[in-house]
Design a protein around this ligand. Structure first.
Ligand code: PLP
Length: 373
């Protein structure tokens, strides 16, 4: 058996809805609206201007983005945001921005922001192996005790879903009235988000929204007052806002697929609140199955902070991880290996992973455990 889109549990690029893939296949040859291939359509065409407007309108609609916030579509992935954010919003005149270090991706964000300016880590989960997240009280306490505590840090950065470790904040963490900046790459549009409570949030497309190559940034325009003079235009958020995400050639194809995904979320699923319920049901089923395997498997994340998007686990006997991956691949599943930094196994349950696929994975896990327990 070969692997199939239907049984793809990859952490990224992740699964896309079957109906979106069908429409994309058609659009590669000829867009239904114009008759021309999406790959060969000018970013200065009326069709693309309309598409950009629709992409933004759909996101505004799905997430109730307030008028205070602008939306831009950028290239460079979420990783480019790691350095653009401090370069734009924490100029040298600001106090060091604060970072929550809760896993692989927030650690990378800190390292890369550190190339731009000093930053302060307000909470660090490394000593506990990145298995847990801070409560609001824990965050406030660490902040109060921080040796380099300042009165007005530029912002508080956190990763809403740590994709590698499988940890997810149930609610946006915050500190007093510090502007919140969130990397939502791996749970964007998987549930409602309190956009008004964030100064800046960002998510690349390749986990929940489309192919790699486009990153969505939602930002409070008030932040723009901080942007220092002299940034290269491509690295200045104002450039992209002023040009409506069409300054240089944008990733037309990625924005097209993202727009189809937003239509699917609205029309087929019925919005992000319904998506959240479906995602919670999928995750509950998988975690229940894994817990039912008892001593045979070890879960990585503290149960209080288990991610609805990425379930991380391993068999106590590491040989079983290898065997499981072999047999899962033979059965048509894909993407179940853990991140290279953590090992073990990971099942990612992004929006387009269907409840049927999750049910099949759960049955497969239970049968595997029965045969090897
Ligand atoms: C995958 C991932 C990234 C990396 O994004 P790139 O687009 O590859 O730069 C960053 N943050 C989180 C939370 C991720 O899951």
């Amino acid at each position: 058996m070969t692997v199939a889109n239907e049984w793809n549990f990859s952490a990224g690029p992740g699964a896309l809805p079957a109906e979106v893939l069908d429409a994309v296949q058609e659009a590669i040859i000829a867009l239904p609206e114009t008759g021309m291939s999406v790959l060969c359509t000018s970013h200065r065409s009326a069709w693309f201007e309309d598409l950009l407007a629709e992409a933004e309108a759909n996101l505004r609609d799905l997430l109730a983005v307030p008028a205070t916030h602008g939306i831009v579509f950028l290239q460079g992935g979420s990783s480019l945001q790691f350095s653009m954010i401090p370069a734009n919003f924490a100029p040298p005149s600001c106090d060091d921005p604060l970072y929550v270090r809760s896993g692989y991706w927030s650690a990378k964000a800190i390292t890369e922001a550190g190339c731009v300016r000093p930053v302060a880590v307000v909470w660090d989960g490394a000593a506990e192996g990145f298995r847990t997240l801070p409560s609001a009280a824990a965050l406030a306490e660490r902040h109060a005790d921080h040796p380099r505590r300042s009165a007005a840090p530029a912002y508080l950065h956190y990763v809403s879903n740590e994709t590698v470790e499988g940890l997810q904040f149930a609610e946006a963490p915050g500190l007093a009235d510090l502007p919140r900046v969130a990397d939502m790459s791996s749970d964007f549009l998987s549930r409602p988000a309190d956009v008004a409570a964030h100064a800046f949030l960002y998510a690349h497309a390749q986990k929940n929204l489309g192919p790699a190559g486009v990153t969505v940034c939602v930002l409070d325009r008030q932040l723009l007052d901080r942007v220092p003079a002299g940034l290269p235009p491509m690295l200045d958020y104002r450039t992209h806002l002023q040009h409506g995400s069409n300054y240089n050639t944008p990733p037309v194809f990625g924005i097209y697929v993202l727009t189809l995904v937003t239509r699917w979320l609205r029309d087929t699923i019925g919005g992000v609140a319904t998506m959240q319920r479906i995602n919670q049901e999928k995750a509950a089923r998988l975690y229940q199955t894994l817990e039912g395997l008892g001593e045979l498997v070890q879960m990585h994340a503290d149960p209080r902070f288990r991610s609805v998007m990425n379930a991380t686990f391993r068999f106590r006997d590491p040989r079983l991880d290898t065997l499981f991956l072999e047999q899962a691949t033979a059965a048509g599943f894909s993407g179940l290996a853990g991140h290279r930094s953590l090992g073990g196994l990971r099942a990612s349950l992004y929006n387009a992973v269907t409840p049927t696929a999750v049910a099949r994975l759960c049955d497969f896990l239970a049968d595997f455990a029965a045969a090897h327990g």
